[in-house]
Each structure stands twice: as structure tokens, then as C-alpha cells.
Design a protein around this ligand. Structure first.
Ligand code: FES
Length: 415
């Protein structure tokens, strides 16, 4: 063999290896892209791609009714001093059941003038001796007769170390799956609390899992536990932390205090995330959630990969609801709100009876909006209702949970 033909063979060999490597890289990227969009062409998404928890029954409450807990510690968690963590230990000293990261606790506050039932997300990984919730103070808007945040501000102003609080077992359907699928956690404002629970659980129980956390706030005065989150990111190569400041202070430094100027949106996610079949968990103000969920769907992320929990007075809708004027959406069912003196034709497109009540100006207390806390329990004076899913909370006989039911017949409710 001449030296020329030897050289030719070597060049051919290198070219072949290069072509093989390029082919494999392209094939992998194509598979990830298709997986992100919901499956290979003509292929059904395998059952394993569905989070295990989504296929399993909801978590069974470890105790029924309310159980007394003692406040062990209070910790202010942000530079602005508006978010306080409450560490709660059961007064009976018995071990606590584990919860699913993302779930909430329901509190009953017996105030001198009223009784309030409110839900707050657990903000730490499960542990047998103590639960933690992190609560934001709500500033009263000027000229408001019944200021919002009565419960949150009561916690800040009146709940002290040593106090006893009445607490229902952890509940809620918004929680992380136990697969090893890469996960993107997105928290806006105080919506970070369930994400903290998911994050701590993942880092402790699934150290190899890829986790991203996008945390949207206005500036450096607002993030909770910023230094701890940065320390966790430094210690765990699989954890990627991104602070997004929508209104940074003059002294806030890009790169040091935050990584993105603006809100968390899909353009940012597209720029930051490699192509992988991520599961997205989102909690924050309703406008942020609505725009993000819709944008993720438009991006091609399958519905089963988008998990969210709204807080505040409205729950988010994935698709625009049909308008009330559409005759196809009308029914013969009439809903009467006895105390409010309103009699209205039921609109199936309204969602739940709670959504329907609120859309028509009927004031009803609510907490979790998912059948877990009992806040929206209302007496049925006549008629029947149906539940979309069996609620975690057992309503008393003769009552219903407006947030998870619809009328089966014409119905008269006490509200
Ligand atoms: S709002 Fe919690 S059960 Fe309805």
C-alpha cells in the first residue's frame, strides 16, 4: 500500500466517524424534540411518561378533623420582612405523616369576631417532627372596608411562638411526581412556597434529577431564602437556579443578584432550557399563570406535563370558556342563591358552582379551590349536585363543596 492510499484510508475513516457522530447527535436531538412535543410521530405517549402520582389516588389524610399544633419557631425569610415561616410541631408529640411536596395545610383560626379557614402551602420537605408554612403579609389597599389578608396578617401580627393552632392534615392535588423526569419549577411571588417543598424533596430524595427553578419577583427585597437557594445551587450541579427581577433596584446587580431582567415567560424558558421532556410546575399570581400555561401549550408542551396551582380569588382556565350568550351552553337548570336573593340559569361553561357564584357577584368563602379545605362548604336547601372528582374533604350531610361540584338538578343554596 502506498503512503498516498494509506492517507486516503485514514481520511475516509475519520470522515466516516464524523458522519456517524453527526447522525447519532441529530437522531438524539430529534427524539428529544418529538418527546417534548408529545411523542414520536404516530406514536402514543407511553404510560411511563405520565407522572406516577397523576395515576394514583389522592393522598389519604393521616388524621381527620383538626389537630392542635404548637408554633415552635417564627423566621422572617425576605429582606422586606413581609414573609414569615412558621414551624409547627404536633402538640401530642406523635410523628407526622409524610405529605406530597406541593400540598398545603388547612388552618382554622378562631378569632374574636369570626372564624377563618385558610390554606397555606407547606414550604419544606416532609419530616416526621415538624411542618413549615411560609406566609406573606398582605398590605391593606386604601379605602377597603374588608381588607384582604385577614388570615395572613393575623399570622404575622398575633401568632407567636408557643401558640396553639388547629390544623387539618396535608391535602391537595398539586404535588410533584416521583419519576426521574427533568423538572422545571416556576414560582411567582409567594407562589414559591410549594416549589420550595418540591425542590428540597427532589434534592434530598432524587439527587440525580435535573431541576430548574425560575423565581419571579420584583427585586432583591422580595425573594425568600435567597442565600439558602444560592447555596443549594452551588452544592447541587443538577439544580439550576434563575432569579428573574421584573423591577430591579438601582443597587441590584445582574449576574450577582439575578439572572434575568423581566418576568418569567416562555421566551426565557426556550432560551434557557435544553430540549428535554420537562414537567413544568407553576404557582403564582393568576395573570402570570394564565399567560405561562397558554404559552407552554402553544410551544407544544403536552397538557400532562403542565401542572399548576393558582392562588388568589380566581382559578386559571386553560382554554377560554364559552360565552354566556352561546345558546349551546344553556341548560334548564336554575341555581338559586337564597341569602343573596339571586336566581340564575346555570351555565355549564361556568366551571364549578363556586366560579358561577363569584361570576355573578355572590360572595362565598374559599381556600384551596380543590375540594381539600372545606372553606366553601355551603348548605343545599333543595336539589342535587354532582362532583367532578371525589373531594378530599368530606362535606357535612346536607352541604356541598362549591369549588368542586356542579348542579345535577335545579338547586337552592344557602349562600
Ligand atoms: S375552597 Fe377548599 S374545599 Fe372548596
Amino acid at each position: 500500500m502506498t503512503s498516498f492510499s494509506l492517507l486516503l484510508w485514514i481520511v475516509l475513516g475519520i470522515a466516516l466517524q464524523l458522519a456517524l457522530w453527526l447522525g447519532i447527535s441529530f437522531w438524539r436531538t430529534w427524539r428529544e424534540y418529538q418527546s417534548l412535543r408529545g411523542g414520536m410521530p404516530g406514536q402514543v405517549v407511553p404510560a411511563e411518561a405520565t407522572p406516577a402520582e397523576a395515576r394514583e389516588p389522592a393522598h389519604v389524610a393521616a388524621w381527620t378533623g383538626f389537630r392542635p399544633f404548637r408554633v415552635e419557631r417564627r423566621v422572617i425569610e425576605d429582606a422586606a420582612g413581609t414573609i414569615c415561616s412558621f414551624h409547627l410541631a404536633p402538640e401530642d408529640g406523635k410523628p407526622l405523616p409524610a405529605f406530597l411536596p406541593g400540598q398545603f395545610l388547612t388552618f382554622r383560626l378562631d378569632l374574636p369576631t369570626e372564624q377563618l379557614i385558610r390554606c397555606y402551602s407547606l414550604s419544606d420537605a416532609p419530616r416526621p417532627d415538624c411542618y413549615r408554612v411560609s406566609i406573606k403579609r398582605v398590605p391593606p389597599p386604601a379605602g377597603c372596608d374588608v381588607p384582604p389578608g385577614r388570615s395572613s396578617n393575623h399570622f404575622h401580627d398575633h401568632v407567636a411562638v408557643g401558640d396553639i393552632l388547629q390544623v387539618r392534615a396535608p391535602g391537595g392535588h398539586f404535588h410533584i411526581d416521583r419519576s426521574d423526569a427533568p423538572v422545571v419549577l416556576i414560582g411567582g411571588g409567594i407562589g414559591i412556597t410549594p416549589m420550595l417543598s418540591m425542590l428540597h424533596w427532589c434534592l434530598a430524595e432524587q439527587p440525580g434529577r435535573e431541576v430548574w427553578l425560575f423565581y419571579g419577583v420584583r427585586n432583591r427585597r422580595e425573594p425568600v431564602m435567597q442565600a439558602q437557594l444560592e447555596a443549594l445551587a452551588a452544592a447541587h450541579p443538577n439544580f439550576h437556579l434563575r432569579f428573574c427581577f421584573s423591577d430591579p433596584l438601582p443597587e441590584d446587580q445582574m449576574g450577582r443578584d439575578y439572572q434575568h431582567h423581566g418576568r418569567v415567560d416562555v421566551d426565557l424558558l426556550r432560551r434557557q432550557l435544553p430540549l428535554r421532556p420537562y414537567h413544568f410546575y407553576i404557582c403564582g399570581p393568576t395573570p402570570m399563570m394564565e399567560s405561562l400555561v397558554m404559552a407552554l401549550e402553544e410551544w407544544g408542551v403536552p397538557d400532562a406535563h403542565i401542572h399548576f396551582e393558582a392562588f388568589g380569588p380566581a382559578s386559571i382556565k386553560r382554554k377560554p370558556a364559552a360565552t354566556v350568550e352561546n345558546p349551546a351552553q344553556q341548560s334548564d337548570i336554575v341555581v338559586t342563591f337564597a341569602k343573596s336573593g339571586k336566581q340564575l340559569p346555570w351555565q355549564p361553561a361556568s366551571g364549578s358552582l363556586l366560579d358561577f357564584a363569584e361570576a355573578n357577584g355572590v360572595r362565598v368563602d374559599s381556600g384551596c379551590r380543590g375540594g381539600g379545605c372545606g372553606s366553601c362548604q355551603t348548605t343545599i336547601q333543595s336539589g342535587e349536585v354532582a362532583y367532578r372528582n371525589p373531594p378530599d374533604y368530606d362535606p357535612e350531610p346536607g352541604t356541598c363543596l362549591l369549588c368542586t361540584c356542579t348542579p345535577k338538578t335545579s338547586v337552592t343554596l344557602e349562600a
